[in-house]
Design a protein around this ligand. Structure first.
Ligand SMILES: [Mg+2]
Length: 392
């Protein structure tokens, strides 16, 4: 497979309901980097990542910059195996590309490779996803009155579990938990995601109160850098509940430090923040060796490309404690693949039926075009214009 061209698209799709969390208020659109890799054989591979300044510090400009660093080596490159893709990604990582660049590149290469070989990616990667996956429903951070308005609109759902985005307003959170259970059942397992929104003293007060409400999983209770505080919480509450790292876990190095210092007892793996399938799998394997369970996470607004990649990671890892994502057609005005890989109303998704026969999905060109912010960015064009500017 010979690479001839690279195109980066900034894609924004309107969301069906506004999505808020402690570290990002009121998103009305998805925001993805969609990368096209064109091959001499006439195949286009598509990759996706979700650069988030409040997670990895990356935005779309950073992705563009990262691609500029490596595009001279990509254009004209011949790829002969999947192992070679991984090797090259590791080399480029050393040159300084961020996780969002790595993720988009990896997925675009894998998509193109699988389509070129006309083989399912699951077979190529040795991934054995569960036949049926149960996805959690993710509820944004809302005032109780807004949640009261949202719940009737999604009353047809019967999710196996819910992840609720919360802040430090304890009484409101308790009320919202009651409200959610009144819709979806008193036994509904609920995890909370704080997105780093509590201080240590607040966390020490709030966690016991929420344990009384049957909450057993606390994701990123403190800001990302507060590893000592996380260790305090894990020591105090970790026997009874999950203290989970999300924004604190952006690389294998950070995973090692979290484990060495006993900061958390659970990891949230997300492809985009960890740089794709291969690097997420390494974090999973390290966690597994140290008895730390992992779940699959997702950024809000991910398209089916990242959903498919998440399923493949799940089939390589084996025993994830929860799956998030696959919100496709429920959250996005329109997905960019046809069909969209979206969970059912009961949160279930049949992987055999939904995973594409080759690659990560069949792109709906019209939808992709519709939601691409103009102008689409051609990395090699950017590079040549930079060079000619320098010459001048
Ligand atoms: Mg999170």
């Amino acid at each position: 497979m010979k690479i001839t061209q690279l195109n980066l698209r900034e894609v924004k799709i309107p969301l069906r309901f506004q999505f808020s969390q402690s570290n990002n208020a009121g998103a009305l659109h998805s925001h993805s980097a969609i990368l096209e890799v064109h091959t001499a054989e006439g195949i286009i591979g598509y990759g996706e990542s979700c650069p988030r300044t409040y997670v990895t510090g990356e935005d779309i400009a950073a992705v563009q910059k990262g691609l500029q660093l490596v595009s001279p080596e990509i254009k004209g490159a011949s790829i002969h195996s999947i192992e070679e893709v991984e090797d090259r990604l590791m080399q480029w990582e050393k040159k300084g590309i961020g996780p969002s660049v790595r993720c988009a590149l990896e997925l675009a290469f894998l998509d193109a490779w699988s389509k070129t070989q006309e083989k399912p990616l699951a077979d190529i990667l040795g991934s054995k996803p569960p036949e049926v996956i149960s996805y959690s429903l993710i509820l944004p951070l809302l005032r109780p009155a807004s949640l009261e308005q949202l719940l009737p609109k999604i009353r047809h759902f019967s999710p196996p579990s819910v992840k609720l985005k919360v802040d430090a307003k304890l009484e409101e959170t308790v009320n919202k938990i009651h409200l959610i259970r009144s819709f979806f059942g008193q036994e509904l397992p609920i995890r909370v995601d704080v997105n780093g929104g509590w201080a240590l003293q607040q966390a020490e007060k709030i966690i016991p109160r929420l344990i009384e409400q049957g909450i057993t999983s606390f994701e990123q209770p403190l800001p990302a850098g507060q590893r000592e505080g996380l260790a305090v919480l894990s020591q105090r509450f970790g026997k009874d509940v999950r203290i989970m790292a999300d924004e604190s876990l952006l690389s294998l190095e950070q995973a090692k430090r979290l484990i060495e210092n006993g900061c958390v007892n659970h990891f949230n793996l997300k492809l985009s923040k960890l740089g794709g399938i291969f690097s997420s799998l390494k974090v999973y394997q390290l966690a597994h060796e140290h008895g730390i369970p992992c779940q699959l996470g997702a950024h809000f607004g991910e398209t089916s490309l990242l959903t498919a990649a998440g399923i493949l990671l799940g089939g390589m890892a084996g025993d994830l404690t929860a799956y998030e994502g696959a919100m496709g057609a429920f959250l996005l005005e329109k997905d960019i693949t046809a069909p969209s890989i979206t969970m059912g109303l009961d949160g279930r998704l049949d992987t055999q039926e939904n995973l594409p026969k080759a690659g990560l999905g069949f792109i709906d060109e019209a939808a992709l075009q519709q939601y691409t912010q103009a102008p689409a960015i051609n990395a090699s064009q950017i590079l040549s214009s930079l060079k000619s500017n320098i010459k001048r």
